[in-house]
Design a protein around this ligand. Structure first.
Ligand SMILES: [Zn+2]
Ligand SMILES: [Zn+2]
Length: 271
């Protein structure tokens, strides 16, 4: 004899069918609130003379309904960006505040692309052809002083953008940590610039926290933290950039031997 068909309301974990969307779940939640009568209320003055049997029956049914709702697994809203996580209806909001697949945005003014940081990094290379450097924390690499965007990815796949903008007085530089949730900065960036020509010498360096951003409002224009005077900038100008974890001091090393391991575009100047 064939087994009886499984009840769609059996108390096992299952995934919400498409017809059972968030509105249906809210309906069940409302039903739960109406049908459940708290024992403290049931024993209050107004209900003192009423029989408790209907209350117990209602409570049992509501508890069953609550278990059903808790067993329903709903997908994360970032499924289209690659997240495969399914949670209970009540836990979904908590997951989505930390979901690493939540989208970040392309900062190009003519582009509306958004995706997880991994896909966004690919997009920067394939669509915009922005220069890219794979870096290692604590190791410096050299980069040209040219206006535009430079994509940096660290050894733990953290995505950074180094931005150089030209101003009448020189160039302004900043580095942003691109991540889906605005959190406290966890990375630092050290920038060093040296100029030595015709017996004229100038050197400056700075270390700052890399602000985190989703780039939802394009590139923040108020966070440029390193200023190069135009007097010292020429066609060969380069800066030395070192990305650092914000936890503890890391001894800085110059990658003078294996620069190709960490930079696809720039080689050490060997100064
Ligand atoms: Zn997710
Ligand atoms: Zn784009």
């Amino acid at each position: 004899m064939a087994p009886p068909p499984a009840s769609p309301w059996s108390l096992r974990s299952w995934t919400a069918p498409s017809a059972l969307g968030p509105y249906s779940l809210r309906f069940f939640s409302v039903l739960w609130d109406i049908s459940y009568v708290h024992p403290a209320v049931a024993s209050s003055k107004n209900l003192r003379n009423a029989t408790t049997a209907p209350v117990k029956a209602s409570t049992t049914a509501a508890m069953g309904l609550k278990k059903i709702i808790e067993s329903i697994q709903v997908p994360c809203s970032n499924t289209k960006y690659g997240c495969s996580m399914k949670t209970s209806y009540y836990e979904r909001a908590g997951h989505e505040t930390k979901c690493r697949y939540a989208p970040c945005f392309c900062p190009d003014s003519g582009c509306s692309f958004s995706a997880s940081t991994g896909l966004l990094q690919e997009h920067f290379s394939t669509e915009h052809h922005w220069p890219f450097t794979k870096c290692k924390y604590g190791w410096c690499f050299y980069a040209d002083v040219k206006e535009g965007v430079h994509v940096i990815s660290s050894e733990d796949e953290q995505l950074f953008l180094r931005i150089i903008a030209s101003e009448p007085f020189g160039c302004v530089i900043s580095v942003f940590c691109v991540q889906p949730h605005d959190t406290e900065p966890k990375s630092r960036c050290a920038v060093t610039f040296s100029f030595w020509k015709n017996n004229s010498y100038h050197s400056q360096s700075s270390e700052f926290q890399a602000p985190s951003t989703t780039l939802s409002d394009s590139i923040p224009r108020d966070r440029f933290l390193f200023i190069l005077p135009r007097f010292y900038i020429d066609e060969d100008s380069r800066i030395c950039v070192t990305m650092k974890k914000d936890s503890g001091f890391q001894h800085e090393k110059t990658d003078t031997l294996g620069a190709d391991c960490y930079s696809s575009l720039f080689s050490p100047k060997g100064k």
